[in-house]
Design a protein around this ligand. Sequence first.
Ligand code: DQA
Length: 143
Amino acid sequence: MSKIRVIHGPNLNLLGVREPNLYGSENLETINQAMREVIEAAGHEFDAYQSNAEHDLVGKVQSSRLDTSFIIINPGAFTHTSIALRDAFLGVGIPFIEVHLSNIDNREDFRQRSFFSDIAVGSIIGLGSQGYLLAAQAALSRL
Ligand code: DQA
């Protein structure tokens, strides 16, 4: 049995309320529950974490080294700013998939640079909450 962890960055605790035209009407709990079902049905362990704080996200990636085989992450706005979080992934070497609910490639210019996509196994963008399920399936197939 392996552990797959999903990490949600800043403001994703507001899903369902926050700009539903961009991010959909499902809340984080619903998204996590759907992932949990797929991952546990495949016989693996699931864990979900959300923080608005960069240092907590860095800490969670670092501690994942001890118990986690694969990470799915939506770094939120830190996607476009956080070299510290990128370095944490490089430091632990845990394979990960980057997910974005919206299509960051057709939004503002500042959203079009990701500090994660070149070091991720893959990125899923613009498919709303379905992206997390696709990421869970891809993670399972790579365990
Ligand atoms: C996001 C896209 C980011 O640019 C934004 O800052 C978010 C959400 C997405 O899921 O589409 O917080 O990561």
